[in-house]
Design a protein around this ligand. Structure first.
Ligand code: TRP
Length: 334
């Protein structure tokens, strides 16, 4: 295991995960766990940046997000689950890295701007503005080589690389103290919401959750936006403007081309097309539901997984902090 390259990726613990997370990151995590030493960060500090008034929600969703990942097929014997706030190294590295980033660079981060607009912030806290710096600490505390992410995370990956290079230049004395990480983008880095909005988001109210029941999935797909100009089922449709078709592309690779052709020819109606998608989604989610019901019936197993992963992370993190302080020349020998 120690010879494998390390992956770290994470989820904010602000609620349950949805299909956007699944295609954007979870699906590739599950595939990559066999070839990489895989670490999953339960990002509860990052959750505080927007949900600091609701810590009880964050605590509950620590469990929910762990269960979402386990149900998706991550193997607890292979994968390390880490509670972010319980790893002092992440906070310590964040402080050191914060000297290497200007406020203007943070202000211009497009993901920060979009999120600030979505949350309606006219001003923002120092913690929110700076969370990409903390994310650099998430990635480097355990020397991750690779970070699987959705495309909204790309500005943060750029920033991480910038911080690491700057750190190595300033304090490395010709060697790399920290690893410059790469990212891998999934083949579907962004999934629209059922309402047709550009992104599926738990705070946007347009998500299909991994924990949704068959009935909930059916109902959400039934309400999903299709080509607005299509009235009768024999009207020719335009799959390129249809949200349901985008889901077929993400989850139904086998049939998607055929469906697009039938739609353009007015030979399949939206109702039938949605029924097909519902079956595909519920079939895909069936094994996840089975695993979820196991873990929900055995919560102490889930907490043990988080606890032992976090203990390992604390150990690895303290070694990294010692290396970092040593390179910076701020470590005293007592
Ligand atoms: N910012 C990520 C998100 O919103 C979550 C996250 C926190 C993360 N720390 C990370 C992702 C480190 C990759 C690596 O989904």
């Amino acid at each position: 295991m120690s010879e494998l390259k390390r992956i770290l990726t994470g989820d904010r613990t602000t609620g349950k995960l949805h299909l956007g997370h699944y295609v954007g990151s979870l699906r590739s995590r599950v595939n990559m766990q066999h070839d990489y030493d895989t670490w999953i960060l339960l990002a509860d500090i990052q959750a505080l940046t927007t949900h600091f008034k609701d810590p009880s929600l964050i605590k509950q969703s620590l469990f929910d997000v762990a269960v979402d990942n386990l149900s998706a097929g991550l193997d607890p014997n292979k994968v390390i689950f880490v509670q972010q706030s319980a790893v002092p190294a992440i906070a310590e590295l964040t402080v050191f890295y914060s000297m290497l980033v200007t406020v203007n660079v943070l202000r211009h981060n497009p993901t920060i701007k979009t999120e600030a607009a979505n949350y309606g912030y006219d001003d923002m806290t120092y913690g929110f503005l700076g969370y990409p710096v903390s994310q650099a600490a998430d990635i480097t505390f355990c020397d991750a080589h690779v970070v699987p992410v959705g495309d909204d995370q790309l500005p943060h990956m750029e920033l991480t690389r910038k911080i690491v290079r700057r750190f190595n230049d300033l304090y490395g004395n010709g060697t790399d103290i920290l690893i410059v990480p790469t990212h891998v983008l999934s083949d579907t880095p962004r999934l629209p919401g059922v309402d047709g909005a550009a992104k599926m988001g738990k705070s946007l109210g347009n998500a299909i959750f991994l924990s949704d029941s068959e009935k909930e999935v059916t109902e959400k797909v039934r309400m999903a936006l299709t080509d607005k100009n299509r009235i009768a089922k024999t009207d020719p449709g335009d799959p390129s403007v249809c949200t349901v078709f985008k889901y077929h592309c993400a989850f139904n690779a086998v049939e998607k081309d055929n469906i697009a052709e039938l739609c353009r020819a007015g030979q399949i109606g939206c109702v039938a097309c949605k029924k097909n998608l519902t079956t595909v989604l519920n079939t895909m989610l069936a094994p996840l539901r089975e695993k979820r019901s196991y873990y929900e019936a055995h919560p102490s197993e889930v907490y043990d997984i988080i606890y032992s992963g976090t203990a390992k992370a604390c150990q690895v993190g303290s070694e990294t902090v010692a290396r970092v302080k040593n390179a910076m020349g701020v470590l005293l020998d007592f």
